[in-house]
Structures are given as structure tokens and as C-alpha cells.
Design a protein around this ligand. Sequence first.
Ligand SMILES: [Zn+2]
Length: 171
Amino acid sequence: MIWKRVSKRIRLIRLKRSYSMAELAALFKVHIRTVQVWHKDGMKPGDESVRPLLFQGYEVRRYLKNRVRSGRCRLANDEFKCPRCRRTTKSRDADITFKITGLRMGKSDQQVIVKGICIVCGCRLTRFETTNSIKKLFWWPKFQEAHKELYGSPESSLETDLKEEKKQNEH
Ligand SMILES: [Zn+2]
């Protein structure tokens, strides 16, 4: 796993220096394509129009710390890390809840805490996401339903289909 190595090396990044993609790849010992993915995923260069792209140290740290903390590097889109089982686990859909904390994560993004209950040990589970990142997750329709005020009306046919499917599963 690259993320163990990456998270250990974040502290090597100097906040006030700027880094090219090649330098970041060398520093984290990852493929340059991995750094390109980070860029696409939201690590912002000082100037998007200047080549080679240069990334300020504080931005590299912000992006990577956020990514490591969110657990997105390890977890599938419906998984949690269980603190008791010490492995990835899932929660029953009915036990999933969301909390928008009000903490801003950039211009148009806010922190969301997803909570669930471990299907193995019954322990409480927490996963950190944002109002944007949650769109890629399994719980997005449920989240959207719970926060209509943020997103307007969801695509109702999809919602209905999911509900129907769930009902059938419960019977
Ligand atoms: Zn557990």
C-alpha cells in the first residue's frame, strides 16, 4: 500500500517550498501518474497555466493529510474501518447516519461525518467525508434524501427504485 509510505513522508514536505510533479513522485516514491491523479482529485498548483505545474508545500500537505484522514485511500465506497475489529467492515444500511459538521473544506465543500454500526462487533463506526466526496459513495442517494435542502429534489425515479429494492431485501 502506498498510503502508509505517503503518510509517513508528508512531514518531509516544506510548507513554503514548491514542488513539481516529478519531485513529488520522487519524494513519495510513487509513480508520476499517481501524482497526476492527486492533481485531478483536487491538489491545486500555484498556477494552473504554468508548466511544469508547481505545487506549494502547504497545499500538498493539505491535500494529502485530508486524503489520509478521510480514509478514502483504504476503503471501498461502502466500508468503514472498525476501531475494535481493526479491519475494514460494513454497517447495515439502516444504521447509517450523516452529520454535516459545518466545517468548511475549501470553497464549496463541507465536512460530513458518516456514522454506522459494525456488522461484526456492534461497535460505532465513523468515516470522514465531504459534501462533494460523498457523491461517489454508496450512501449518496440516502444522503441526498436526508439533505434535500442542499441539493434540491433528487432524481426521484432512482430514489424510488432504491427504496423498492430495499423493501424487497427486508422481506
Ligand atoms: Zn467491529
